[in-house]
Design a protein around this ligand. Structure first.
Ligand SMILES: *[C@@H]1O[C@H](CO)[C@@H](O)[C@H](O)[C@H]1NC(C)=O
Ligand SMILES: *[C@@H]1O[C@H](CO)[C@@H](O)[C@H](O)[C@H]1NC(C)=O
Ligand SMILES: *[C@@H]1O[C@H](CO)[C@@H](O)[C@H](O)[C@H]1NC(C)=O
Ligand SMILES: *[C@@H]1O[C@H](CO)[C@@H](O)[C@H](O)[C@H]1NC(C)=O
Length: 590
């Protein structure tokens, strides 16, 4: 049985075993004209250790109302058209106003929500450019009565963070056709994960600078640019530098036009350090202008701490391996998202901030994620729709698949990650080694319990399912959207943090590498007047020969074996690792 389905929770709640029953309780929301929108019998496992504390009645709640989009299915059709090679609309991404015409709620929806707000003397502000997400600030006591809810303070056993949540909420029946979701309510995304890139024990003692000196006999690293194949292999099996990645995937280090752009996000007080980037470039990209920097964009109270002690391993990894792999041709922006309010608001607000811009970055790379089960059905659908909108604007939305294999700890079924389970993002897994590459022993992959496998991956996924027969039967959802889509190397990345070198890795490392490859392809396309690649998946799955199929290793899971990498697509390494020249050819570039 898969434990994270919203349907399952709703049935258990109706049978009445919730600790904290909604006031009035019951399937119909307890009051005339109210309908129960969602309930869960108890919070996710990580929140069960500490009993929920009663919320202070005057504590302020930042509520978001997600309204039904005017023409969601029209937008979905349009997105597939602009993203499917061969379609007459391929590459014709939507402008800001074209997208908003699909997303803006209908007149009926706007007036229904307005009457409800008026009846309660409430005013809401739009927090998305199309007006489909509204925000109201109110005290907990008010929200409790308005939503038949019971907000309490829940504490995460792992990170100690607390947040206001309710185990159930209701809305008037009149809003059934108009409001998709109120949050925060029953979602338990308190903090995104993967914030701590893996450090490799076998390398912690190694000092990169002295390793290089020994290896090259006292030379500057710039010398590895001329190494013979065999020595290159010896070197890159130990350290995965931008030069190794360039050799491995054929990434060109030739100057670009600067026309394309690449944005990398940072959450959870992760700051990217400029001085560390400079040290990184001096050592590992001596061919590049040492003046190359990243542009900073701040939102939600995001900061730009440059004190060396504030340098974040994740942020530095992401910035060094995007500037270090693509920075010679593509300007990189680091978007620092603060932790004002809920972190998951940051996940949505970053999208709405970008959608409000006339010009959007063509690639958005994020090395953070969470368990799908903590997000829940309704919120996952709204977040996934946000990525769908970015795709329609022509943004390749790229996320890491996660670092817990098919599930961490004592899981009894495989636990998919989010946003990787959303079909509108491209999910990147990690490989280990240079020659040959195999599955990195931590890389996450699997099958969503919320989203169906889309047509563009169905044959690939069925091919895998046929190969494994009944292996792991019952532990994962065979109809779900499967991930990762692709993978790149993700171990032994030398990264400068607070002036010293650290060997780090994770799918966090793989994500900026794949994002850089797409950004470089965009630069080449835009240089000849072509459009950027946008939402990648329909194109990627039609180019499986542009990837090196990884067929060794498996991702671990729930204390045992996870999915094996086999011939063809697999939920360990996706289609495999990219071959730049073949992807380039597949774009139609001469
Ligand atoms: C809304 O405000 C009006 C005028 O101030 C008041 O008469 C009414 O009771 C209020 N309604 C609610 C639901 O608070
Ligand atoms: C790293 O190597 C350099 C050059 O050999 C040396 O000066 C430095 O002290 C070493 N650092 C550590 C932490 O071992
Ligand atoms: C490439 O860019 C670098 C740094 O800006 C510059 O020094 C070099 O001359 C350029 N090379 C070519 C071939 O244009
Ligand atoms: C399996 O995935 C599908 C989406 O393909 C979903 O509708 C269904 O609820 C999932 N089943 C379970 C038991 O989670």
């Amino acid at each position: 049985m898969i434990a994270s389905s919203a349907v399952l929770f709703a049935l258990l709640a109706a049978a009445g075993f919730a600790d904290a029953k909604p006031p009035g309780g019951g399937l119909f929301g307890g009051a005339p004209g109210m309908r129960l929108r969602h309930s869960r019998p108890e919070p996710p496992k990580a929140f069960r250790k500490h009993a929920p504390k009663p919320a202070a009645p005057d504590a302020s709640l930042d509520l978001r109302i997600h309204l039904k989009k005017g023409d969601r299915s029209g937008l979905e059709t349009k997105l597939l058209e602009v993203s499917t090679p061969g379609h007459p609309n391929y590459g014709k991404h939507l402008s800001k106003s074209e997208l908003e015409a699909y997303v803006r709620p209908t007149e009926a929806t706007t007036s229904a929500i307005k009457s409800w707000l008026d009846a309660h003397n409430l005013t809401a502000n739009a927090v998305s450019p199309a007006g489909d997400i509204l925000q109201i600030q109110m005290p907990v006591s008010r929200a409790d009565s308005l939503l038949n809810a019971q907000y309490s303070l829940f504490t995460h056993a792992g990170n100690g963070l607390s947040a206001l949540r309710t185990l159930s909420y209701s809305l008037p029946v009149d809003l059934d056709d108009h409001v998709l979701l109120m949050e925060p309510t029953t979602d338990f995304v308190i903090e995104p994960k993967f914030s701590d890139p893996l450090k490799f024990a076998s390398h912690t003692a190694a000092n990169l600078t002295s390793f290089i000196d020994n290896f090259l006999g006292g030379g500057h690293l710039g010398k590895i640019f001329g190494l013979k194949e065999k020595r290159m292999e010896d070197f890159c099996n130990q350290w995965m530098t931008p030069q190794c990645l360039s050799e491995l995937y054929g990434i060109p280090f030739t100057n670009g036009t600067g026309k394309a752009s690449l944005a990398v996000t940072g959450f959870i007080k992760q700051y990217a350090n400029e001085a560390d980037l400079q040290t990184f470039l001096q050592t590992l990209r001596p061919d590049m202008s040492q003046e190359t920097k990243f542009t900073l964009q701040k939102m939600e109270g995001g900061q730009n701490e440059q004190d060396p002690t504030q340098a974040g391993t994740e942020a530095n990894l992401d910035v060094q391996f995007s500037v270090g792999v693509a920075g010679h041709a593509v300007p990189v922006t680091f978007i620092s998202v603060g932790d004002e309010g809920d972190n998951k608001n940051g996940f949505l607000d970053i999208v709405n901030n970008l959608l409000a811009q006339d010009e959007v970055p063509q690639v958005l790379a994020t090395s953070y994620g969470m368990d799908e089960s903590a997000v829940g059905l309704d919120l996952a659908q709204q977040m996934c729709d946000a990525y769908m909108q970015l795709g329609a604007r022509g943004v390749s939305v790229i996320f890491s698949s996660g670092d817990s294999g098919v599930g961490a700890g004592d899981c009894t079924t495989f636990t998919p990650t989010f946003p990787s389970g959303c079909p509108y993002v491209t999910s990147v897994g990690a490989t280990d080694g240079y020659s040959p590459e195999k599955v990195a022993s931590f890389s996450s992959g699997g099958f969503s319990n919320i989203f169906d496998a889309p047509t563009w991956q169905k044959d690939h996924v069925n091919g895998y399912l046929k190969q494994i027969g009944s292996t792991h039967s019952g532990l994962f959802n065979t109809t779900g959207r499967a991930f990762p889509d692709v993978s790149t190397s993700g171990t032994n990345f030398p990264t400068v943090v607070a002036s010293s070198w650290q060997p780090v890795g994770g799918t966090s490392a793989s994500t900026p590498v794949f994002a850089s490859i797409i950004a470089l392809l965009n630069d080449e396309l835009m240089a000849v007047g072509r459009n950027s690649l946008g939402f990648l998946n329909p194109w990627l799955y039609a180019q499986s020969t542009a990837f090196t199929d990884i067929t060794t290793g498996s991702n671990p899971g729930c204390g045992g074996n996870g999915f094996d990498a086999l011939s063809g697509w697999d939920p360990a390494t996706g289609l495999g690792t990219p071959i730049y020249s073949k992807l380039r050819k597949a774009t139609g570039l001469q």
